[in-house]
Design a protein around this ligand. Sequence first.
Ligand code: SF4
Length: 224
Amino acid sequence: MSFSLDDLIPISALQHVLFCERQYALIHLEQLWAENQFTAEGKVLHERVDAEHHESRRLFRQEYGMAIRFLEKGLIGKCDLVELWFSGDGKVKRVSPVEFKRGRQKADDVDRVQVCAQALCLEEMFDITIETGQLYYLQEHRRSDVVLDEEIRRKTLALIDRIRAIGETGRTPSADYESKKCDRCSLIDSCMPKHTGIDSRSVDHFIQSQLRSVKNAYADNETE
Ligand code: SF4
């Protein structure tokens, strides 16, 4: 299956949809974005990583900021770091994505899904199987392995399908306030989860009905 430019899914969308489906829709369907402390720190870290130099030895190479894609599923993105090992005849024999994060290891799968999505791209690009990727958490100053087992692969592929399903409805899911995630969400001011139990389509209908009332009132005035 081939995808048009508009149908391509950025890897970041997988993390957003896993964190909150409304956040995904606000960012990727309604093009809303707001920085907060967490996103700003993450951005600075990734700019620093992207500016790093490549390390290259005869049978090993590090590539920073590599553009990646998974054509089969229409997924695109960029890897903070890709490490490549070569055999003596110059063929790629092992590939591993490394993702840098500003905080500490999380209990949920948001970061693991990102590494898995990167690995799916790299597997297709290099026609290779990747068994592990890595996460580097700045506050812990160490890398940890991400085992790319069937479970995380299934979850990652299901998220891609979920994104396509939400896109097909063209509808932003309604807000569902959860203090643990909403209070650290950069979109809390636009989303207003405590006050709006309504979705964008409802807002749209409300605006349209108000416009119709104004139009009707104007037409009544004209005929009087
Ligand atoms: S504020 Fe809460 S409901 Fe709204 S987008 Fe963010 S996480 Fe989702």
